[in-house]
Design a protein around this ligand. Structure first.
Ligand code: NIG
Ligand code: FE
Length: 394
């Protein structure tokens, strides 16, 4: 007996059983029991004698796994529209950052906000993303940079997970920028992360993964490595903002620590791609930040293909470099700006995005045993999802 049975649909299962990898099944049925997929296949292959409590007619529309946004900075206060104006007048992201703006201006606003204010702001953002069929979110801290505010952000991420019943990965990003209290003392701040903040937040069960920003305006490889060592000691998976503005070989460092993903990677070189392939580290491409910073240097998609590094696509939603709440727009932009094929882009927000979170046994494809996170689209083919912007009908 199924709890629910969805009939008369076409399915893009995102499993690799056809050439494009979308795993298309026409005239499909999806059976759900206990929140899990217990049948996916051609409707004509439905086993006889398995009735359903509830049956729905999909009207010939397309069903996909609910989408996964595997890189967001969803929780913050304030906005940075004034910086956007400055950049339009010629100032660079780095210049603004070095002058105490950038990430630190969002840190000031976030430190001033209460937990409830942060929750309300983030819930509104999350609900907007839900309207595009996103069912799993990664959410980073990193706009607190002190124990109390990082904790507040991670508590908000936990509440978002628990109160919406969505799948959420909470990522500690203490090594995002140097807080003003530690100006000129980055190694001391890294010590504070490793000795105090991360162990205490982990003990409170607020952390699922650990991230950092490896960049000239962020932290060095050596500093990031100290954070990764501590994460490993605590049994937490790592990931990294790497090679966004320059090549510090951060992706190779991340791969060395078995990272789930290396993200941005506009300046990744072949050694970095090879290291990622070897470690099974996913490349998370963030076309929103590339577009919004008016970057010219696109990530090396050909190298990633050559080395068979799985590519995910995410919004990187944040107030400084990617204030978009549209994962579907990222689908389109990953095709137009990065030249992904529509198949690659769709796998990037489903199967490969799940892997970027270590959730590949739970969601990201339509397979028996996976979560019944389904989205139903009124499109004529899955490629239409990459074509319309901002939004095809869910
Ligand atoms: O993913 N690169 C560092 N972190 C964010 C930007 C954060 C900000 O500017 O507020 C990113 O682009
Ligand atoms: Fe980011």
């Amino acid at each position: 007996m199924f709890d629910r049975l969805l009939l008369n649909v076409h399915a893009a299962t995102m499993t690799a059983h056809d050439a494009g990898g979308l795993g298309i099944i026409e005239n499909a049925a999806v059976g759900v029991t206990g929140g899990k997929i217990t049948f996916i296949g051609a409707e004509k292959d439905l086993p006889a004698g398995r009735p359903a409590r509830e049956t729905a007619d999909g009207g010939g529309k397309w069903v996909t796994p609910a989408f996964i946004d595997c890189h967001t900075h969803l929780i913050y206060a304030g906005n940075r529209a004034a910086e956007f104006e400055k950049r339009l007048q010629g100032a660079s992201y780095e210049e603004i950052s070095r002058a105490g703006g950038g990430i630190l201006s969002t840190v000031r606003a976030t430190r001033d906000a209460t937990e409830q204010e942060l929750f309300d702001l983030s819930l509104r953002r999350l609900k907007t993303m839900l309207m595009e069929g996103v069912g799993t979110f990664e959410i980073k801290s990193g706009y607190g940079l002190d124990f109390e505010t990082e904790r507040r952000m991670l508590r908000v991420a936990t509440r978002l997970r628990d109160e919406t019943n969505l799948r959420v990965q909470r990522t500690f990003l203490g090594a995002h920028a140097l807080p003003p209290e530690y100006a000129g003392r980055p190694d001391d701040y890294i010590g504070h992360i490793c000795d105090d903040m991360l162990p205490a937040l982990h003990a409170e069960k607020l952390v699922d993964a650990v991230d950092g920003f490896c960049e000239n305006i962020g932290f060095s490889r050596a500093q990031i490595e100290r954070v990764f060592k501590k994460a490993r000691e605590l049994g937490l998976p790592v990931k990294l903002h790497a090679e966004q503005l320059s090549n510090l070989n951060g992706a190779a460092l991340a791969a060395q620590y078995g990272a789930l993903s290396a993200d941005h990677i506009e300046y990744l070189d072949e050694d970095g791609a090879a290291a990622m392939a070897k470690a099974g580290t996913v490349a998370v491409l963030l076309p929103g930040a590339f577009y919004f910073l008016r970057e010219k240097h696109a990530p090396p998609v050909e190298l990633l293909r050559k080395h068979r590094v799985p590519m995910a696509v995410a919004t990187d939603h944040n107030p400084g470099t990617s204030p978009t709440l549209s994962l579907l727009l990222m689908l389109n932009m990953s095709c137009t700006h990065f030249r992904l094929t529509p198949e690659e882009a769709l796998l990037g927000i489903t199967r490969h995005a799940a892997r970027a979170l270590g959730f590949q046994s739970v969601c990201g494809t339509l397979e028996e045993g996976k979560a019944a996170d389904l989205a139903l689209w009124d499109v004529s083919h899955p490629r239409d999802l990459c074509y319309y912007f901002p939004r095809p009908p869910l």
